[in-house]
Design a protein around this ligand. Structure first.
Ligand SMILES: NC(=O)c1ccc[n+]([C@@H]2O[C@H](COP(=O)([O-])OP(=O)(O)OC[C@H]3O[C@@H](n4cnc5c(N)ncnc54)[C@H](O)[C@@H]3O)[C@@H](O)[C@H]2O)c1
Length: 229
């Protein structure tokens, strides 16, 4: 199975490293992205989130441009901002995380509920920018398709889509629009599960970690379901 466009991952990474203005839109505001679940910090190893924390660190190191965050329910954003300030900015006062958190562009507007807010959020990106999609599995295809058709590179959490037809369609659209369409599968390569994973990835499969260098220290209870994921 192939999800890589005709530009190579290496070319794209080089471009990203030399161009500091790649804007990144995070789609999904849940546990993996912000660590904020049911109005409070998640009761797990991801209480600080993974995606937002990583991107803010990349922004601090001038590897990304504008960061934005898109969910469905804008009433959550005041709580999410406060949570990120408490969980990240206060914990690392010497970083510029506070500035990044206060400067986050969020969609939909605070107080608004809109499950298609990603359409407007994507319209604020330029071709060559990136979207990171951490939403429920059955929403990945439509959101990724809209992003790719706008010339935006995508990183989608696993499972990327639910059918082979959708997989093939995303691959074809990524090739047509000359963007990367990548799948994030950190649990396949994390040191804590290395012994459980198969020794070699499937031919043609792509492990793209996109600087997600914050390792997930998954608790044992997460690993119990590994065979089913
Ligand atoms: N990579 C991995 O190893 C791994 C592990 C577990 C889960 N996952 C995947 O990550 C996904 C997210 O996990 P989580 O723990 O953050 O889930 P979560 O339920 O905490 O958060 C999901 C978020 O998606 C948002 N969302 C739903 N529909 C949306 C839409 N149309 N537009 C924008 N946002 C939308 C929700 O508002 C919520 O903020 C899971 O559904 C699964 O697909 C990946």
């Amino acid at each position: 199975m192939r999800l890589v466009s005709k530009i190579s991952a290496e070319d794209s990474l080089q471009q990203t490293m030399s161009d500091e203005s790649v804007n990144v839109l995070m789609i999904g505001t849940g546990e993996y992205t912000t660590g904020f679940v049911n109005g409070r910090a998640a009761d797990s190893d991801k209480s600080c989130g993974v995606v937002a924390l990583t991107l803010m660190d990349l922004k601090r190191r001038k590897k990304t441009g504008r960061l934005s965050l898109c969910g469905v329910n804008g009433t959550k954003f005041p709580g999410i901002r406060q949570h990120l300030l408490d969980a990240i900015a206060k914990k690392y006062p010497a970083s510029c995380f506070e500035e990044s958190i206060k400067g986050l562009h969020t969609f939909p507007a605070d107080g608004e509920v809109n499950e298609k807010a990603y359409v407007h959020a994507l319209s604020t990106l330029n071709k060559g920018d990136a979207a990171i999609i951490f939403t429920p599995d059955d929403t990945h295809f439509e959101i990724a398709l809209q992003a790719i058709r706008r010339g935006v590179h995508v990183l989608i959490t696993k499972p990327v889509v639910k059918t082979l037809a959708h997989h093939a369609e995303l691959a074809a659209e990524a090739e047509k629009h000359n963007v990367l369409c990548c799948v994030e599968v950190h649990k396949r390569v994390g040191s804590h599960v290395r012994g459980c994973a198969r020794p070699n990835p499937c031919p043609g499969s792509l492990f793209f970690l996109a600087g997600l260098h914050v390792s997930a220290q998954a608790p044992a209870r997460d690993l119990q379901g590994l065979g089913r994921r």
